[in-house]
Design a binder for this molecule. Sequence first.
Ligand SMILES: [Zn+2]
Ligand SMILES: [Zn+2]
Ligand SMILES: [Zn+2]
Length: 103
Amino acid sequence: MAELCFACTDREYAVPVVNVTCTICKKTVSWREAVKHYAEHGKRSGDNVACPLCGAKVKSREYRRHVRMHFVKRRERGYMCGVCGRSFITLRSLLVHIQKMHE
Ligand SMILES: [Zn+2]
Ligand SMILES: [Zn+2]
Ligand SMILES: [Zn+2]
């Protein structure tokens, strides 16, 4: 079992695992729902949601994108998915991938 934790380890992504351990609640989460699961830990207060990964207060309509951005890894050429390690040329295509595959 690998831990998805970008804050406290230098692990860049959790391959080749199918399940990851949530660093917040320690539940086993499917790779396919990792980003969704993390997003659900956000605490709402009024129009803002507190990001469980960095603590930032984010407007609720920007919150999902904000959480996705935590799983974006920059590469010299393009971007890499922080959950499964796939590479993408553009940030936009990576964000679509995260939304489809990990939420
Ligand atoms: Zn959790
Ligand atoms: Zn955050
Ligand atoms: Zn991915």
